[in-house]
Ligand binder design. Sequence first.
Ligand SMILES: NC(=O)c1ccc[n+]([C@@H]2O[C@H](COP(=O)([O-])OP(=O)(O)OC[C@H]3O[C@@H](n4cnc5c(N)ncnc54)[C@H](OP(=O)(O)O)[C@@H]3O)[C@@H](O)[C@H]2O)c1
Length: 286
Amino acid sequence: MAGAPLSPAGTPRRREDPRGPAGQASAPRPGPEDGGRGRRPVALVTGASSGIGAAVAERLAAEGGWRLLLNGRDERRLAQVATRTGGVPLAADLSDARARERLAEEALAHSGRVDALVAGAGIGWAGTFAAMPAEDIDDVLAVNLNATLHLVRLLLPGMVDRRCGRVVLIGSMAGSVGVRGEAVYAATKAGLTAFADSLRYELAPSRVRVSMVLPGVVDTPFFQRRGAPYHRDRPRPVPPDDVAEAVFRALRTGRPNAYVPSWMAVPAWLHGAVPGLFRSLAQRFG
Ligand SMILES: NC(=O)c1ccc[n+]([C@@H]2O[C@H](COP(=O)([O-])OP(=O)(O)OC[C@H]3O[C@@H](n4cnc5c(N)ncnc54)[C@H](OP(=O)(O)O)[C@@H]3O)[C@@H](O)[C@H]2O)c1
């Protein structure tokens, strides 16, 4: 089901009742041209100190009309992105439960509300599952899955009260089809997909929309940081700006799923529709 259309500033268009379908709570108003700083919708972007999250911050800054709250761990890189985008840096390690709670508190204290959460923080690990150290399993689960679910839990109530908001989760093609040597990473991303699918049922009566943006391979420091650079010929890495564009569209439209590049929807569909065929193709070409 499509969500309430959003203006370029990420807000409901004027033809809709800004108080929402039930007329109970005010929804975020259109952008700066319309009412000054206090009325711009607020987006919290995690993973904003690098790669996709930084590109999302820059895309939203270029569009204008958003108040940006930016999370990452590396304070220096986060500050640089904040300077470029006019965002507010809120550094925190999301794998720490107390730090996540503080982040949510600081975000709400600073802006009074969070209208959109873009959950981009994530880490990878490459190698056989049998060789994966227990603590690395815990780290990947903690950042990619646990922290994301808890951050949504902390920020969703305000959106539900206002009956309007956006949650955009950065999943992965790996979570849709599984990838050799990335079993735990793929499991976390599949978990996010199932979480988003389930949450949508609960939120259907409201105008809160949950979107998954599912990239294939993106040219970011992700691979370097996981200790295994990407060196396959295909699929070719796409620039993080392509993912940021998909996030931006998800914020506007509330559409449920967006693969980046879009042709990635084909193997994802094949995996679901004819899993046996998919597996034999993946064994041969994967
Ligand atoms: N690159 C790809 O090919 C690809 C493909 C599909 C999906 N994705 C997903 O896209 C998302 C962004 O990845 P990326 O490619 O942009 O990688 P990246 O450049 O390595 O960025 C990862 C971001 O996550 C943040 N982060 C990691 N652990 C954190 C923690 N404990 N607490 C708070 N922040 C933490 C990092 O913050 P610091 O730098 O400050 O530590 C950084 O901002 C991830 O969820 C990833 O799984 C990436």
